[in-house]
Design a protein around this ligand. Structure first.
Ligand code: HEM
Length: 780
């Protein structure tokens, strides 16, 4: 020390002087830091440098704040993150601040970590006029792209459908729903902002969501506090914060790519989403003095993405936790869903008013889930007074939303899960003033309306289709983990389907055919099918409308164009060329051309797995005739008798339309020695033909030799009638044969198929079994 001070010319600085200096410095800074304006809310004596950080634990922050309130009253101050923050508790005071004196609390303070991660030019971090412009523009644009409109509801309903399908894949076995929920919820904001959704198995997107969730959880850690206290130093030091910086950099990179893609394809006359609308606004306003620039666009996009994902997804995870914990409440919600929505259609927002109990449960989940216990910090935009205390302009203010949602003077049983909080004596829904999970006032959550819509639709769609129970051996728990939001502890659940959707061949279909008028009025799985069919028809109608608008009679592009040209200006119901018939014809082509070929191919792969030696022979023939350098073409078929025979045998043995479509005799006729009067329904069963003992050598075995002669050449067989025969033979036969040959050979040219480890393929000629065979295939 002596050597050091002499080098620096500070010979007089010895150890004890240094200690005295340090003490004086700390004393002065303690006095300095404890200096407050007159009549400022009270607070404990804070320590120099660290302030009151040591008095609160990141994992129990809002509970520590509650304890302070018990000692100091509902308004007090603490020195955190390098500045003195006023903490406001209870419904009465939060309301007085944010609602009654709303104009005084419109800003946000500077938080180094927040600025580093999200920037200060977005919706959450900006202040003053730029904030006002960004917020107004965001609200206006989100409204234009569907907020409060049917189009957004449809988009959420569609996502609910994907989500329930993804749950159904687990077939009632335990799984963690966390990443599925995150993905589904984020897709809604992605549709509004990016104009696209991401598949649940999109690895790149999954890793973005995961990194992003971890970064938000980091916000509640001690490291985050250090980053706010010593931002410059922490920038250089290693630690978990560096990973978070990296993740956020990646997410911003992703957003930049999306913005670039948008600007390349921008059509100023028809914005597709928020980014397009923003780019157009940027161009309109010009660069000078505008708050609309690329940096702000990136920050706003990030804010919408952040605000719109974790919050709603976490609430939904709480919702399922509460349903596991309170099965009787789950049952009551399901009873209400069954009574109001039934099982034949998806829930829609207009059902909400008829579902007071479910609505009350969702509100109670938000109240007790309390996912944003401290809201977001505000800053006073001018001197103000709260509960007789003076708060100068520029002071950071934290409104403790948790204290509002648990306010003992506002809620009958503030610490229990009790949907009755939101029901009156007649069981009707009642609003509560102290329900402020979205905060209040000028900076109230921008996504409140969207979040409420999502919560209702996701929650009811999930409970409509599944009964939820905890995974065996797992105890349902309401414990939480605190990060920037209050997360439920990770859990597994079982989602057991409440009804089956297989209608064809089902008892329900048979009953429908016997009593159609009655069944039209009764609930049941058939209603869901009608709803589905209606939605497909609506989709077709949209396509037809698009075709009509862009029709060029001199160059038809497809079937719809040709039909429209044939139809001409006037519809002709008699000839069958009218609008309704066009819809039905497209529907027929669509349904007949999809399931049939897909199911045959599915059988094909299953047989290849089960008969590997046949698979190898097909591949040898493909290698010999096509090779590996080009794709197979239909002209190869004649040179590939073995493959051709295998495909025929797949169709024979797969027997995918065993009963055929029914016919009606259009005049009196005779079959065998029997008289069939005109009008009789006939079922010419194809199953009996494809397995006819008198026509096939080994009808009940998979045997490609059926279609080969002694020289190994392909031979046609009369009893090969998978497409039926006669005047109403399948009109798609040629197309289907072509598709089957090309798909089958292309797949086997590139891959070898084997069963997934531990799974035994069970090929069966029985038609019903196909629906239950959900085989995983390993592609080598
Ligand atoms: C259950 C779901 C949600 C909850 C509980 C929630 C809660 C909150 C809270 C407490 C705030 C702070 C308000 C304040 O400063 O007083 C906030 C702000 C915000 N939220 Fe939400 N939010 C949710 C969903 C959403 C969604 C879906 C979006 C996206 C569209 C969104 C976007 C935002 C934005 C941009 C802000 C900043 C507003 C501003 O500073 O002007 N939030 N939210």
């Amino acid at each position: 020390m002596a050597a050091l001070s002499s080098v620096a010319g500070l010979d007089w600085l010895d150890g004890s002087t240094l200690i005295i200096f340090l003490c004086v410095f700390l004393l002065i800074s303690a006095v300095w830091e404890n200096r407050v304006a007159q009549n400022f809310p009270p607070g404990p004596w804070t320590l120099p440098l660290v302030g009151d950080v040591f008095r609160v634990s990141p994992s129990n922050f809002h509970l520590d704040l509650k304890e302070f309130a018990e000692k100091l009253g509902d308004i007090y101050s603490l020195r955190l993150f390098g500045e003195r923050i006023v903490i406001v508790n209870s419904y009465k005071l939060v309301r007085e601040a944010l609602v009654e004196n709303g104009e005084d609390y419109t800003d946000r303070p500077y938080m180094p970590l927040f600025e580093r991660l999200f920037g200060s030019k977005g919706l959450v971090g900006s202040n003053g006029s730029p904030w006002r412009h960004q917020r107004r523009f965001a609200l206006h644009t989100l409204r234009n792209f569907g907020l409060g409109k049917k189009s957004l509801e449809l988009c959420i309903q569609q996502e609910c459908h994907y989500l329930t399908e993804a749950f159904a894949v687990h077939q009632g076995k335990p799984f963690s729903a966390e990443s599925l929920i995150n993905n589904a919820v984020s897709n809604i904001v992605c549709c509004l902002v990016f104009g696209e959704r991401f598949e649940y198995n999109d690895k790149q997107y999954q890793s973005i969501l995961q990194g992003f969730g971890n970064s938000l959880r980091f916000g509640g850690s001690s490291w985050a506090q250090l980053c706010n206290l010593l931002p410059r130093l922490m920038d250089w030091l290693p630690g978990p914060h560096q990973k978070v910086f990296l993740v956020m950099k990646g997410i911003k990179g992703f957003i930049h790519v999306k913005i670039k893609e948008h600007s390349e394809k921008l059509d100023p006359s028809s914005p597709r989403d928020y980014i397009d609308a923003y780019l157009i606004e940027m161009a309109d306003k010009g660069e000078k003095d505008s708050v609309f620039d690329l940096d702000s666009l990136c920050s706003c996009t990030l804010d919408l993405f952040v605000g719109g994902t974790e919050t709603t997804a976490t609430t939904l995870k709480w919702a399922l936790s509460y349903m596991l914990y309170y099965p009787h409440i789950q049952e009551r919600v399901q009873a209400e869903i069954d009574a109001v929505v039934g099982s034949s259609r998806q829930p829609s927002v207009s059902d909400r008013d008829k579902m007071p109990y479910t609505n009350a449960v969702i509100h109670e989940i938000q109240r007790l889930g309390d996912i944003s216990p401290l809201g977001l910090v505000r800053r006073t935009s001018r001197d103000t007074v709260l509960n007789k205390f003076t708060i100068p302009k520029g002071t950071a203010v934290l409104t403790n939303l948790s204290s509002v949602l648990h306010d003992e003077s506002m809620w009958e049983t503030p610490h229990s899960f009790n949907p009755q909080h939101f029901l009156d004596q007649d069981g009707k829904f009642r609003k509560r003033e102290a329900f402020l999970p979205f905060s209040a006032g000028k900076r109230v959550c921008l996504g409140e309306q969207l979040a409420r819509m999502e919560l209702f639709l996701f929650f009811t769609s999930l409970l409509q289709r599944f009964s939820f129970s905890p995974a065996p051996g797992e105890q349902p728990s309401l414990e939480f983990k605190l990060g920037a939001t209050r997360y439920p502890k990770p859990y597994h659940l079982c989602a057991v389907p409440r009804f089956q959707l297989i209608l064809e061949g089902s008892l329900c279909a048979q009953i429908y055919n016997i009593m159609p008028q009655l069944m039209d009025r009764l609930p049941g799985p058939h209603q869901k099918i009608f709803d589905l069919s209606k939605r497909i028809q609506d989709f077709i109608l949209i396509k037809i409308k698009e075709h009509k608008e862009t029709l060029d009679p001199s160059s038809p592009r497809d079937y719809i164009d040709s039909f429209l040209i044939e139809m001409g200006e006037k519809e002709d119901e008699e000839s069958g060329f009218d609008f309704n018939n066009l819809v039905i014809c497209v529907l027929d082509l669509f349904s007949a051309g999809t399931e049939t070929t897909t199911t045959t191919l599915h059988w094909g792969l299953l047989y290849m797995i089960n008969y590997p030696h046949i698979q190898e022979r097909v591949q040898a023939e493909i290698d010999a005739v096509v090779g590996s350098s080009r794709q197979p073409s239909v002209s190869d078929r004649d040179n590939m008798p073995y493959t051709n025979a295998v495909i025929h045998e797949i169709q024979r043995f797969g027997d995918i339309t065993p009963l055929n479509l029914f016919r009606v005799a259009n005049k009196d006729t005779i079959i065998d020695k029997y008289t069939i009067p005109k009008g009789t329904t006939i079922a010419p069963t194809l199953n009996s033909v494809l397995y006819d003992k008198s026509m096939w050598e080994t009808p009940h075995s998979f045997n490609p030799q059926h279609f080969l002669d002694q020289d190994g050449k392909f031979r046609k067989r009369e009893a090969f009638l998978p497409f039926s025969a006669g005047k109403r033979v399948c009109p798609g036969e040629q197309l289907a044969r072509m598709e089957l040959f090309l798909f089958f050979t292309s797949l086997l040219q590139r891959f070898s198929f084997s069963p997934a480890p531990g799974e035994q393929p069970r090929p069966s000629s029985s038609w019903e079994r196909l629906a239950t065979q959900n085989l995983t295939i390993s592609v080598l």
